[in-house]
Design a protein around this ligand. Structure first.
Ligand SMILES: [Fe+2]
Length: 382
């Protein structure tokens, strides 16, 4: 760490960049304190992006925040910052209220509309006095608003607090990704076929778009494509892979995968929209399904959608015990089941209309698949 540079930056920051000399030394006397990072895990690396058109301001902030576990990126213009954010995973953004090309609040609003950056903490800094600026900054999505002259200690304290918060969010995201990977592994064991989760996610999103469902529902279906059978982790292999018909007791146990799956995912608040899909994807339109015997439109729409595409994919892929049906044969089966009262007939009709445009997506690592879906929704959903 460049302690001498940092100490100088402390003094200048205290003086205020826009008004050199003002308030100099007013916050502490004697030598400015050096900084020992107090984020709990000092081995964890954080990337901080400073977006500020003023070279001196960027230099001072970089000096104040210099620490072994901080990687600091700088941009003078908003377009450069967006280019960096396309390529880099950033943990904290510090932005000036006034940027070349774009105001700080407009910059914030754009970041908050992008799922990749909507949870990244933002500190907005300004030399302009007035509470209206603070209101404007916070309203645009900034988490903190600091007015020059800055206190180096306050800047560091705010940065520490926000990096702690960001680390907690990242931990949750990692836990979610592990759940998805587990669900994918279970599917591959059970179904003897790779790519099932990706196809379910893609087909169910296509059907949701065809009936005009909003992006949040599409995202829930995309996740449901991976997670709907995660409860099978609790089903014994002797039942899951049994050759031959299940006994009534075995069948009862098999059916519990819907409830076990809901239980596994229930603790993660971000998965709340997916829970009805997990619980109800084996209900039937006439009430003869499980676990709750719901009928008709009492069955959550997203569960009905996922169920259709799940059956379609099972029919159109080959298994060791059966060849693949053609799409036409699979649609005929779905229509027969609708006539029998098991499936939502209107939904089956829409699915027939879009089925010729379905395509199996290329298999991709789970994190990449989730990221690409979020990107798609970012660009396509108002
Ligand atoms: Fe299932």
């Amino acid at each position: 760490m460049d302690y001498s540079g940092q100490a100088m930056a402390d003094s200048i920051l205290l003086a205020g960049i826009s008004a050199p000399g003002a308030n100099q030394g007013s916050t502490f006397s004697g030598a400015p304190p050096t900084w020992t990072p107090e984020v709990e895990d000092v081995t964890q690396q954080f990337t901080i992006l400073i977006a500020d058109g003023n070279n001196t301001s960027r230099y001072l902030l970089r000096s104040v925040l210099s620490a072994p576990n901080h990687r600091i990126l700088e941009c003078a213009r908003a377009t450069d910052a967006f280019a960096v954010l396309e390529k880099e995973k950033v943990d904290l953004i510090i932005v000036d209220l006034v940027l070349p090309e774009m105001s700080g609040p407009d910059f914030c609003r754009r970041l908050r509309c992008d799922r990749r950056t909507q949870l990244v903490p933002i500190i907005m800094i300004t030399s302009a006095q007035g509470v209206e600026n603070e209101i404007q900054g916070i309203s645009s999505g900034a988490d903190e608003f600091l007015t020059r002259p800055l206190s180096a200690s306050v800047v560091r304290a705010r940065v520490r607090a926000m990096l702690r918060h960001k680390a907690a969010i990242d931990t949750l995201e990692e836990a979610e990704t592990i759940l998805f990977a587990l669900a994918q592994a279970i599917e591959q064991r059970d179904r003897y076929t790779g790519g099932h989760c990706e196809r379910l996610a893609a087909y169910s999103v296509a059907l949701a778009r065809a009936i005009g469902l909003p992006g949040a529902d599409q995202l829930a279906l995309h996740r449901g494509g991976y997670l709907h059978d995660i409860g099978k982790v609790a089903i014994p292999d002797s039942i899951l892979f049994k050759n031959g018909p299940l006994t009534s007791e075995e069948w009862r146990i098999m059916q519990t995968h819907t409830l076990r799956g809901e239980e596994i995912c229930r603790h993660m608040k971000t998965l709340a929209p997916v829970l009805p899909i997990i619980r109800h994807h084996h209900e039937r339109w006439d009430g003869s399904g499980y676990p709750d015997g719901l009928r008709g439109e009492d069955i959550p729409l997203l569960a009905r959608i996922l169920q259709l595409v799940d059956i379609y994919d099972a029919l159109t892929t080959a298994r060791p015990y059966k060849p693949a049906h053609s799409p036409a044969e699979a649609l005929a089966v779905l229509e027969e089941e609708a006539r029998r009262g098991w499936r939502d007939p209107e939904l089956v009709g829409v699915f027939r209309e879009i089925s010729s445009g379905l395509f199996a997506p290329a298999s991709a690592p789970i994190a990449q698949s989730l990221e690409s879906m979020q990107r798609a929704l970012t660009t396509e959903t108002p």
